[in-house]
Design a binder for this molecule. Structure first.
Ligand code: NDP
Length: 433
């Protein structure tokens, strides 16, 4: 905290991870304390911060700040999304980059950890403005990335449109047609099932977690927050698995739809029209619309936070417990506060932490890199089958780790330790770098 003041979200994740890997560090004291491994792990290999000037539709020059944190390349090239949101600062990018190291390790694929973004807000901007911003952002970023160095993807505020503009500018600047970004359009190197991957993967993971505890999604009521890429495909897969997802939200308000969220309508409003949840409620008779936040007040068997960090606090956790919620699985990154996580776990609510539960997105991004390298495109079924196996494998690794350290169903510990051990071993083998 002394060295990096004001980075609250980064301190929060560092606290969570370092607390739970203590068991592994104690068991391998000599191995992990030597060579300042934990200090090295907590320091990004490289932090890049840059100016992003662009011209808006009124001819005015706007200036935003761009970031790329290349956190850890022990097991592969840096990999992690770009977030465009007005709240972005270095502490948020570092928290996301740090989480990404362990998440990527859990996927079993050769990818290191990184994250980037800007305080640019794409909301309300014209396509031309978004393009101007993306091109200016890439004018600096291109010199730091590459298929063997650092491969960014999307995150909040960065979807197919933004990745397309970023890729076009990278190609123009470098003359390279390479898999330097993932989440690309299907006509220029994108992977089938990448759009669905995080939401679907979340449900595959949660399904494994329920199964291991004698439960399933069949007939379960599910609350979901968010209405972006992760939330939409979590809702779609939940429906396919026989559950009833009854909520969705955005930063203005939320919807309770007791008949189950109509996914086709949600996609039309959010993906095509770039509209709001209030537009959904206006055309869907069974839906109630509420301003502000409140999704977690609705009774449900499973809660899936899929919007942003710290959106499920201790009071929300108490409401979930009061309503006999069986499980929480995190689609967003760090959506649950530390005290809420602790409370849920103490009360016996199954808890699937983000770095395991939402790893499906980056896993399919790594599969997109594989397809780009071999100049082939796999079928939707092939990618989806691999995704299912990866999520199953992540849960198995966590269970094995929980058994090894006698941690019961503390899947937070299982995920942190399993992700950490592989990265730590790779760092040690590569010497003091
Ligand atoms: P999107 O931009 O597609 O959607 C984000 C959703 O969350 C929107 O509904 C947005 O509402 C809402 N939201 C964002 N910020 C806030 C806020 N401060 N308060 C309330 N609501 C908010 O992003 P994604 O779906 O891609 O990402 C959602 C989460 O999932 C993030 O935590 C991201 O890091 C994580 N994630 C995403 C992956 C991916 O593949 N996309 C992979 C792994 C994790 P509004 O439109 O009003 O802003």
């Amino acid at each position: 905290t002394k060295e990096n003041p004001g980075e609250a979200e980064f301190h929060q994740t560092l606290n969570e991870v370092y607390r739970s890997i203590e068991v592994a560090v104690e068991a391998n004291e000599k191995q992990y304390r030597e060579d300042a491994l934990l200090e090295r792990l907590a320091n990004p290999e490289r932090q890049i911060k840059f100016r992003v000037p662009w011209v808006d539709d009124n001819g005015q020059v706007q200036v935003n700040t761009g970031y790329r944190v290349e956190f850890n390349s022990a097991i592969g090239p840096y990999k992690g999304g770009l977030r465009f949101h007005p709240s972005v600062n270095i502490g948020i990018i570092k928290f996301l980059g740090f989480e990404q190291i362990f998440k990527n390790s859990l996927t079993g694929l050769p990818i290191g950890g990184g994250k980037g973004g800007s305080n640019f807000d794409p909301k309300g901007k014209s396509d031309r403005e978004v393009m101007a911003f993306c091109q200016s952002f890439m004018n600096e970023l291109y010199r730091h990335i590459g298929q063997f160095k650092d491969v960014p993807a999307g995150d909040i505020g960065v979807g197919g449109r933004e990745i397309g503009y970023l890729f076009g500018q990278y190609k123009r600047l470098t003359k390279l047609y390479e898999g330097v970004l993932t989440g690309k359009g299907l006509s220029f190197g994108g992977s089938l099932a990448r759009t669905e991957a995080t939401g679907y993967g979340l449900l595959y993971f949660a399904q494994e977690m329920l199964k291991a505890n004698g439960e399933s999604f069949e007939g379960k009521r599910v609350t979901v927050s968010g209405s972006g890429n992760v939330a939409i495909y979590a809702i779609e897969k939940a429906t396919q698995l026989g559950a009833l997802p009854v909520t969705a939200s955005d930063s203005t308000g939320w919807v309770y739809d007791p008949n189950g969220i109509d996914v086709a309508l949600l996609k039309e409003i959010k993906e095509v029209k770039r509209g709001r949840m209030s537009d959904y409620a206006a055309v869907r008779e069974s839906a109630e619309y509420h301003e502000g936040r409140g999704v977690w007040e609705i009774e449900a068997d499973v809660a899936l936070p899929c919007a942003t960090q710290n959106e499920l606090n201790l009071d929300d956790a108490k409401t979930l417990v009061k309503n006999n919620t069986l499980a929480v699985a995190e689609g967003a990154n760090m959506p649950t506060t530390l005290d809420a996580t602790k409370y849920l776990q103490e009360k016996g609510v199954l808890f699937g932490p983000a770095k395991a539960a939402n790893a499906g997105g980056v896993a399919v991004s790594a599969l997109e890199m594989s397809q780009n390298s071999e100049r082939l495109q796999w079928t939707f079924e092939e990618v989806d089958t691999r995704l299912q196996n990866i999520m199953k494998n992540i849960f198995e690794q966590i269970e094995t780790t929980c058994k090894k350290y006698e941690a019961g169903t503390d899947y937070v510990l299982g995920a942190n330790v399993a992700g950490f051990e592989k990265v730590a071993d790779a760092m040690q083998a590569q010497g003091i770098v």
